[in-house]
Design a protein around this ligand. Structure first.
Ligand SMILES: *Cc1c(COP(=O)(O)O)cnc(C)c1O
Length: 350
């Protein structure tokens, strides 16, 4: 007799992007990390929190992360009761499913998008329903009334990089009986976001992460914005010390340094534009991106060939073997110098 629940025994588990040991010898464009360091204030805040001998680590961190909620509330224009902080947005995605979808209930998301939703739903024993995309990037056959418990909408979409128009997201919110979770992991690189829908619709949650736009993937910091009833539920089920002391210090310092943040995002978007144009000039088709990566397809539609050629030059990008995505590659934006070398390599590879 198995000791495990059958759904756990049967599931495959999420496979994160490859993190090479000798990271410094690669141009690493495979997991949408930020090529620039976080604000210098982050290092200062972490060192200050540590003090001389690290004695602050003896005691538990704030369980409520109240100061972070206040900093985020001010930044996004909500009351702190509308915000919950998380150990990466992955944690809050997990807790949203745990809060809303019981065994046998339906969880929906768009394919392709973030496959971790599916892993989380499988852990719950929920039923996963995926919806494809039409050629003009709308959800294929989205029901007039989605009756599942929770629907995840990643916008800007990963791995394709396009963003759904706000009016369309609003339509989805109205047609969704369950919770609509708008995963805005990349919204800081986009022209628009869906925060106003949180105020307008009871069932809308927006999730954000500091991993990409704030260059803090290594600290594990994310958040959700939703009505206080939903936030209170998430608050009950999270680990009570979900954010460690150093992460809390880093979070406040980083959210407060908006000037640094905006400049870092601006440079990434500028590089994205330059690199997209450069790829188009050598015959690639590139989906216009609102994120810190692009999805690009070479003229022979052989993503694996180009992936391997880049790999042998120590440039790491993301290839997906799925037939829908295998013609192309997802390429994160590095520094301008890294992208110049990548474009030169791609020109040579042909
Ligand atoms: C990176 C990413 C996340 C996870 O963010 P963390 O805060 O690092 O856990 C969630 N959703 C999408 C779509 C992402 O790309």
């Amino acid at each position: 007799m198995s000791l495990l629940r059958p759904n756990i025994a049967a599931m495959q588990g999420y496979i994160p992007g490859f993190q090479p040991e000798d990271v410094a010898s690669w141009i690493k464009l495979n997991t949408n990390e930020n090529p620039y360091p976080p604000s210098p204030k982050v290092r200062e805040a972490i060192l200050a929190e540590l003090g001389n001998n690290g004695a602050s680590l003896r005691t538990y961190p704030s369980a409520s992360s109240q100061k972070l909620r206040e900093a985020a509330a001010e930044l996004y224009g909500f009351d702190p009761s509308w915000i919950i902080m998380a150990n990466g947005s992955d944690e809050v995605l997990n807790n949203l499913i745990r809060a809303c979808a019981a065994e046998g209930e339906e969880v929906g998301y768009v394919y392709p998008s973030y496959s971790y939703y599916s892993t989380l739903a499988e852990i719950q024993g929920a039923i996963v329903c995926t919806y494809g995309l039409t050629d003009d990037f709308r959800i294929e056959a989205f029901p007039e009334q989605f009756q599942g418990k929770i629907f995840f909408l990643t916008t800007p979409n990963a791995p394709l990089g396009f963003a759904f128009p706000l009016s369309y997201i609003e339509e989805i919110a109205r047609n969704c009986e369950g919770l609509l979770v708008i995963d805005e992991a990349y919204a800081d690189f986009a022209d628009a976001n869906a925060l106003e829908l949180v105020r307008k619709y009871d069932n809308v949650v927006v999730t954000r992460t500091l991993s990409k736009s704030y260059a803090l993937a290594g600290m594990r910091l994310g958040l959700a914005i939703a009505r206080p009833e939903i936030i209170a539920a998430l608050d009950k089920i999270r680990d009570h010390y979900n954010l460690d002391r150093l992460a809390q210090a880093a979070c406040i310092a980083s959210l407060r340094d908006q000037e640094y943040f905006r400049e870092s995002c601006r440079r990434i978007c500028e590089t994205r534009q330059w690199f997209s144009n450069g790829l188009r000039a050598i015959g690639y088709s590139v989906i216009p991106s609102q994120a810190n990566f692009i999805f690009a397809t070479p003229p022979d539609r052989n993503g694996k060939r180009v992936y391997d050629s880049l790999y042998s030059r120590k440039i790491l990008v993301r290839y997906f073997s799925d037939p829908l995505l295998s013609p192309g590659l997802r390429i994160s934006m590095g520094t301008r110098a890294e992208m110049e070398r990548t474009l030169a390599a791609l020109t040579e590879i042909g």
